[in-house]
Design a binder for this molecule. Structure first.
Ligand SMILES: *Cc1c(COP(=O)(O)O)cnc(C)c1O
Length: 818
């Protein structure tokens, strides 16, 4: 028997608590929380204030306001008074406390736990083992790649009596980390996938890194690895060693060959007999991962016939949640690869964070492997749904239909199978909703996905939201703590799409957003963005919209100031936040230095507005040639801001630095900075201090390939004369999509199957041609049009800003967490 639930009192006994203060020591804890942006099951949640990149102690007020009443905090970091009804456990180290709780929880289960470590392939091996072992076992596994000091603890917390096998990933990046993971996981079977250069930086030598990883194997019953990866470092003693590779090993891999162009047959010897199997992949990493899984199955006593049969059906692991623009203004989150409780919980968590539509819909299939325990499994599904703000549920499958009584709290439409759903598709009338697709393979949800996503044209701009978050943090690392950050999301977030990016920024607690026009701000408000928003080019016609949506105007002239003040006074409004723009040399918008006294008297005459900030814009912050000019702008700005400060009896925010200013001008950070193109990973490639990631990739496909002999020409005006026999690919993108005509005739290049290929001939309106001679490509292949925009912009004499914002609105935007 194991403890099904814990009271807060009991939890305090399981960790080294220094003091406790309980309002209700019997409060039940079911869910562990550590991210203030992702609160669920708040009634039974326990928040650990962890001190990572963000210090969780700073968010305790927010988390309390979100309904959570149970907290684990570090000694001396938080005043625990003033939280009526809350329970606090005070410890020395909150991460250690979390890990102690996870270790205790895991210790209650006697079923086997497989621990996986290695440089690459951990997640794939875990997911493949889950596929391969599913017929015999009910498997708990780490969600996605939760393999860190926190992730492992959360993974183990999921264990309960409904499983009979667990597969847990263990990832480390510096010395000492594996001991903490080992103490929690205590694997019965430990697996080393491989050793590569990943995270070498954190260790004195490759050998040290291997030794650290091998600590997972201490005292395990079965150690599974390839001696080829150990570089002579001894494996700790384990009950039994089962190995693969090409020396003295259990499974001796002797060779492989390609089958039908897209499969690979692997030959090996096991216990002196030749054995073989075929996997539906051909790359070296897949062969290595397959050999690893093969060895695990042999170690677990599986016969070769079963292994061969299952390996042939391995499916690729699509781990990212893809967000796509759907029909009728829907947003589709496609997670149709698998359906089990742990991945459902993650996907629902992701869905809950989406603010763009009021309706959140889940299309869910029966959960495979639930037969015989429907009661329990679907009660758990109902519990997850109740916590997740889903307001429309569409189910596909007989079991869910039978269990429909459990879903009375949500609008429910049930279908026995996918065909019945597709037949009713039109009546379901999906519109203006965020739709999560969660279906097991056999329900063929890809057909539903196709119907729901507007497939007008195969060119997409993919934005990796993790990269945006990463870049934000890179720039934040340059700023002193007290400096605020305004994120520029004008022009559709530099082309990448407004609300998805704004939503991410809101979660990351930037201080301000800025857009160019009022209607952009209105769109953000409608999709649930609550951050303060500055509008840079307000017009008198847009004032009502500003007020209705709490948007704050940039005031750059006396006429706009007078008009705005008059409107507010007419409505008897006062104290409305405005942002005063000063022209210090850009000569675009703003009050000049000579206007200061008149600005002051206008502001002193009215109570309708309140100066929220005063700002200016640097014309050439990125350019060393103009550094003296930038200094002059700064001096002029300080003069204006100082004078205003003397005249007003309240403080305001001062800001002047854009992306380049943040990087090159620390003295210009002032009270706030305005981060634009840097968020998207472009515009400062020469930076050596920052490790930026490219956030957006423009992709298209090859629609046709043909052989064209030397002497023929390609495209309009016959400008693409061929001097040799060539293979020409036509791709689905042209200047109407934002692919500049200046990229024609070899000036631009795209990437096909990893190879850089030049354009040939003029760029057409909707198409372009590439010379792919020598590249083994096929029609339908993906083509990367823009990756590194900095370099491409230079090729046609423009700037990355123009390339990014010039991508036309007919190009579908897709988002993922990379
Ligand atoms: C666009 C803009 C920024 C951001 O510039 P980046 O170079 O993209 O960082 C900052 N301030 C103002 C006023 C802008 O218009």
């Amino acid at each position: 028997m194991y403890e099904r639930s814990y009271t807060i009192r009991r939890i305090s006994e399981l960790m080294p608590a220094i003091t406790v203060s309980f309002s209700d020591e019997g409060a039940e804890v079911r869910t562990l929380l550590y991210d203030s942006r992702k609160l669920s099951d708040t009634l039974h949640g326990l928040f650990f204030a962890l001190e990572g990149r963000r210090d969780g102690h700073q968010y305790i007020r927010d988390v309390y306001a979100g309904g959570v009443r149970n907290f684990v905090v570090a000694d001396g970091k938080t005043d625990t008074t003033g939280f009526p009804g809350a329970n606090f456990i005070v410890v020395k180290d909150t991460l250690e406390a979390l890990q102690a709780l996870a270790a205790y929880h895991r210790s209650q289960f006697a079923y086997p736990v497989i621990g996986i470590t290695g440089s690459n392939g951990k997640t794939i091996v875990k997911e493949w083992l889950a596929q391969l072992l599913a017929p015999e076992y009910r498997i708990a596994r780490s969600p996605k790649s939760y393999n860190s000091q926190i992730g492992v603890a959360l993974s183990l917390w999921q264990l309960d009596g409904s499983y009979d096998l667990a597969i847990i990933e263990a990832g480390i990046s510096k010395p000492g980390e594996m001991d903490a993971l080992h103490a929690m996981i205590r694997p019965d079977i430990a697996v080393l996938t491989n050793i590569g250069p990943a995270h070498d930086d954190g260790f004195a030598s490759r050998g040290d890194k291997i030794r650290e990883k091998l600590r997972l194997f201490e005292g395990t019953a079965q150690a599974i690895y390839s001696p080829d990866h150990l570089q002579g470092i001894p494996m700790p003693s384990a009950g039994r060693h089962v190995t693969w590779g090409d020396g003295e090993v259990s499974l001796k891999v002797t060779g492989h060959e390609l089958v039908d162009g897209h499969k690979c047959r692997i030959h090996a010897e096991y216990e002196g007999r030749p054995v073989q199997l075929t996997i539906p992949f051909t790359d070296a990493a897949a062969r290595e991962n397959a050999a690893c899984c093969w060895t695990v199955m042999l170690a677990m006593g599986y016969g070769q016939a079963v292994i061969t049969e299952r390996m042939a059906m391995l499916q690729s692991v699509e781990m990212r949640l893809e967000m796509k623009r759907g029909i009728n203004n829907c947003t589709v989150v496609d997670d149709s690869y698998s359906n089990d409780l742990s991945s459902l919980a993650i996907a629902l968590d992701f869905l809950r964070q989406q603010q763009q539509h009021a309706t959140r819909t889940l299309i869910l299939s029966d959960i495979p492997g639930a037969s015989g325990r429907e009661e329990e499994v679907y009660s758990n599904v109902a519990k997850l749904l109740a916590d997740s703000k889903v307001n429309r549920l569409v189910t596909i499958g007989a079991a869910l239909l039978e269990q429909q009584g459990k879903f009375g709290f949500v609008k429910h439409e049930g279908f026995p199978d996918t065909a019945a759903f597709l037949a009713s598709f039109d009546e379901l009338a999906f519109h203006d909703e965020t739709i999560l697709l969660k279906g097991a393979r056999k329900y063929a949800f890809e057909r539903i996905s196709q119907l729901l996503t507007a497939k007008l044209h195969d060119t997409v701009l993919e934005t990796n939201l993790n990269a945006v978050e990463h870049n934000l943090n890179q720039y934040k690392s340059l700023l002193p703590k007290q400096v605020k950050l305004m994120a520029m999301v004008k022009a559709f977030s530099y082309g990448s799409g407004s609300f998805e990016v704004a939503n991410l920024l809101q979660f990351n607690k930037v201080d301000y957003l800025a857009v160019a026009y009022a209607d952009e701000g209105v769109e953000l408000r409608k999709s649930g963005i609550r951050l303060p928003i500055m509008v840079m080019s307000p017009t008198a016609a847009s004032f009502d919209a500003l007020l209705a949506h709490e948007l704050e105007p940039e005031i750059y002239s006396f006429s706009i100031l007078d008009d705005f003040v008059r409107l507010l006074a007419g409505k008897r409004m006062s104290g409305y936040p405005i942002h005063i723009k000063v022209d210090t040399g850009m000569h675009r918008l703003g009050f000049g230095a000579g206007d200061i006294e008149q600005v002051i008297s206008s502001l002193q005459e009215t109570t309708a507005v309140k100066v929220q900030s005063v700002f200016s814009h640097l014309a050439a912050a990125g350019d060393t040639v103009h550094d003296a000019f930038t200094e002059k702008q700064l001096t002029a700005f300080h003069g204006f801001a100082e004078r205003l400060r003397e005249a007003l009896d309240y403080p305001f925010i001062r800001h002047i630095a854009n992306t380049a200013g943040i990087r090159r001008w620390p003295q210009a950070h002032l009270d706030m900075v305005r981060l634009g193109i840097g968020l998207y990973g472009a515009g400062s490639k020469r930076s050596t201090t920052l490790q930026l990631q490219q956030a957006s990739t423009l992709k298209t496909i090859i629609t046709q390939i043909r052989q064209v002999p030397a002497g023929e020409s390609v495209g309009y005006s016959r400008s693409g004369m061929l001097t040799k026999d060539s293979t020409i690919a036509t791709v689905n993108i042209g200047y109407a999509d934002g692919y500049d005509r200046r990229f024609g005739n070899g000036v631009g290049h795209m990437v096909v199957r990893g190879e850089k290929v030049p354009t040939v001939g003029d760029i057409c309106m909707d198409m372009a041609m590439l010379d792919i001679s020598g590249v083994d490509a096929r029609e339908g292949d993906e083509v990367i049009v823009f990756g590194d925009v900095d370099q491409l912009a230079k090729a046609i004499g423009t700037i990355p800003y123009e390339l990014l914002t010039g991508i036309s609105q007919r190009v579908k935007r897709v988002y993922h967490y990379g």
